[in-house]
Design a protein around this ligand. Structure first.
Ligand code: P53
Length: 479
C-alpha cells in the first residue's frame, strides 16, 4: 500500500461512464438513433465504422452496452457501497430529442434520468453530467451536416436548456462536449469519437471543416454556459478536454518548440472555453494556411460571455514529438507527428502509461486557464480474468490508479492545483469507445458480457472495487 495525501474536505470521489457505453436500451423509452447506435464493433486492429444500415446482422455493441438502462438501481447501490460521493454519466441526447430536431422533448426520456438522478441522490451520490458524449442524433448528422450547420447549435442549446431546467435541483456540475479536442485527431470521413457529427465531402479540406465545426461547438457550449447561469446561478458548467500532454522527445530547442506547437494545437479548445477568445497564434495559423472559419462578432461576444466555470478533463497517457527536417514550419499533425516515448511503458492497446504526466498536465492547465479542475476520466483498459470463485484480481488496474492518484494528490497538496474531484474511468465495465470491445475492460465492477453481447450481464466486485473503497474511506491517504 502506498501512502498518499489526504484530500481537502469535500473533495468528490466517484466514477465515470457515458450513456452509449453503458445504457443499452437503444430503442426503449422512445429513444432515437445516435451515431453510437450505428457504430459497428471493431477491435484493437479493426477500426470501427459507422453503418447506418442497422439491424442487418452486424454487431452494434452500443445497442446493449452493459444494460445500465435496466440495471441502474443495482449499479448505483454498488457505487454507494464503494463510497462514491459523485457519479459521472451522460444524458443520451436521443432520449430527450430522439431525432434532435423535435419541437418538444420526449417525456419518457426525461423521466428516466429523473429516476437515475433521484436514485443517486437517495444513495448520497451527486450526479455529474455530460450533455454530449459521442452521441449526436444521427438525423442531425445525416440531414443537417452536424456542427457545420448553425441550426445544430440551436438544437444543442435547446437540449441543454431543457436539461438545465428539468434537473437543476438535482445536478450541479455539468459538462458540454466530451473530449471536444479529440477531433484534431481525425482524418477519416466519419464521425466516430467526436461530437461534431461531421462527414467530409469529397476533396474537402478536413482541417478547415474541423475548425469550423469545432467553432460552432465552442459557440454552442458558451451559449449553454450562459443559459445555465440564467436558469440557476449555482450551476457549474465545465468543458471536457482529452488531456494527453505532448513532450519534446529531447532537449533540442526545435523539439521543444515542436512540442509547444503540438500542445497549443491540441488544447486551443481549452483556451477558447476558459479564456473566451481565440489565441493569436491560431488566427495567424488560419491565415497562413488559407483556412476560413466563419467567426462573427456575435460569436465572439458569446464566447467571451460564456467562459466555463471549471475544466473537466480525461487523462490516460502522454505523447511525444520531435522536429523533423521535412516539416520546417513545424506543422503539427496529430495522426503522424507523434513518436514513441522510450521512457514510459505501454498498455496492451499501446497506450503510454505515465502517472507523472498527470501532475505535469494539471500544473500546465492551472497556469494556463486558472480554473478549478475536475478529473472526470482516468483509467486502465485491460484484459481481466475471472477466477473460478468469481473474483477478478486486477492488480495492474490498482497499480495504474494508485500511481495516478498519488501524482494527482501531489498536484493538489504540494503544487496548489485546484481540483473538485476525481472520477476514474470507469465505475463499471463499459463498451470501449474506440474499439467497441467489452474485453478492453476499465471497470471497478465486472460485467459478465462478451464482445458480441453474450453473457448474463451479472455484476461482480473486482479487487479494485475494494481497493478504491478504502481510498475513498481514507480520503486518499491510503493508496
Ligand atoms: P477507449 C481517445 C483518447 C483518449 C480518450 O477510451 C478517449 C479516446 C477515444 O477513445 O476516449 C475517452 O474506450 C472517452 C471514453 C472512452 C475512454 O476515453 O477507446 O471519453 O468514452 O471510453 C477510453 O479505450
Amino acid at each position: 500500500m502506498t501512502k498518499g495525501y489526504k484530500m481537502p474536505e469535500g473533495f468528490l470521489w466517484g466514477g465515470a461512464t457515458a450513456a452509449h457505453q453503458v445504457e443499452g436500451g437503444w430503442q426503449e423509452g422512445g429513444k432515437g438513433l445516435s451515431i453510437a447506435d450505428v457504430m459497428r464493433a471493431g477491435s484493437k486492429d479493426v477500426k470501427r465504422v459507422e453503418d447506418p444500415a442497422v439491424l442487418d446482422g452486424q454487431i452494434y455493441p452500443n445497442h446493449w452496452g452493459v444494460e445500465f438502462y435496466s440495471h441502474y438501481k443495482e449499479d448505483i447501490k454498488l457505487f454507494a457501497e464503494m463510497g462514491f460521493s459523485c457519479f459521472r454519466l451522460s444524458i443520451a441526447w436521443t432520449r430527450i430529442f430522439p431525432n434532435g430536431d423535435e419541437a418538444t422533448p420526449n417525456e419518457e426520456g426525461l423521466a428516466f434520468y429523473d429516476d437515475v438522478f433521484d436514485t443517486c441522490l437517495a444513495n448520497g451520490i451527486q450526479p455529474i453530467v455530460t450533455l454530449s458524449h459521442f452521441e449526436i442524433p444521427l438525423k442531425l448528422v445525416q440531414e443537417y451536416g452536424g456542427f457545420r450547420n448553425r441550426q445544430v447549435v440551436d438544437f444543442f442549446t435547446k437540449f441543454a436548456e431543457v436539461c438545465f431546467r428539468r434537473y437543476h435541483d438535482k445536478v450541479k456540475y455539468w459538462m458540454t462536449f466530451n473530449e471536444i479536442n479529440n477531433q484534431t485527431n481525425w482524418h477519416d470521413p466519419h464521425p466516430l469519437l467526436q461530437n461534431s457529427g461531421l462527414i467530409l465531402e469529397d476533396g474537402e479540406n478536413w482541417e478547415e471543416a474541423m475548425f469550423q465545426a469545432a467553432h460552432l461547438e465552442l459557440v454552442a457550449s458558451a451559449q449553454a454556459v450562459q443559459i445555465a447561469h440564467a436558469i440557476d446561478p449555482t450551476l457549474q458548467v465545465g468543458d471536457m478536454i482529452a488531456m494527453s500532454p505532448i513532450y519534446p522527445l529531447t532537449a533540442k530547442p526545435q523539439d521543444v518548440m515542436m512540442a509547444e506547437r503540438a500542445m497549443r494545437y491540441r488544447y486551443y479548445f481549452g483556451d477558447v472555453h476558459a479564456l473566451g477568445e481565440y489565441p493569436a497564434w491560431l488566427l495567424n495559423y488560419w491565415a497562413k494556411r488559407d483556412i476560413h472559419v466563419d467567426v462573427t462578432e456575435a460569436d465572439e461576444a458569446i464566447l467571451k460571455a460564456g467562459a466555463v466555470d471549471y475544466v473537466g478533463f480525461s487523462y490516460y497517457n502522454s505523447g511525444a514529438v520531435e522536429y523533423k527536417a521535412d516539416n520546417p514550419d513545424m506543422v503539427y499533425d496529430e495522426s503522424n507527428s507523434q513518436v514513441p516515448n522510450p521512457y514510459v511503458p505501454r498498455s496492451d492497446w499501446g497506450w503510454q502509461i505515465d502517472p507523472v504526466g498527470l501532475r505535469y498536465a494539471m500544473n500546465w492547465m492551472q497556469a494556463r486557464w486558472n480554473k478549478p479542475m475536475f478529473i472526470v476520466e482516468n483509467g486502465f483498459g485491460a484484459y481481466d480474468t475471472v477466477e473460478a470463485d468469481g473474483s477478478v484480481h486486477d492488480d495492474y488496474r490498482i497499480k495504474y490508479l494508485s500511481d495516478h492518484i498519488e501524482q494527482m494528490e501531489k498536484a493538489v497538496v504540494e503544487d496548489g492545483c485546484q481540483l473538485i474531484g476525481y472520477t476514474p474511468w470507469s465505475a463499471i465495465d463499459i463498451v470501449s469507445a474506440s474499439t467497441g470491445e467489452m474485453k478492453k475492460r476499465y471497470g471497478l465492477i465486472f460485467v459478465d458480457a462478451d464482445d458480441a453481447g453474450q453473457g448474463s450481464f451479472k455484476r461482480s466486485r473486482k479487487d479494485s472495487f475494494y481497493w478504491y473503497q478504502n481510498v475513498i474511506k481514507t480520503n486518499g491517504a491510503e493508496l
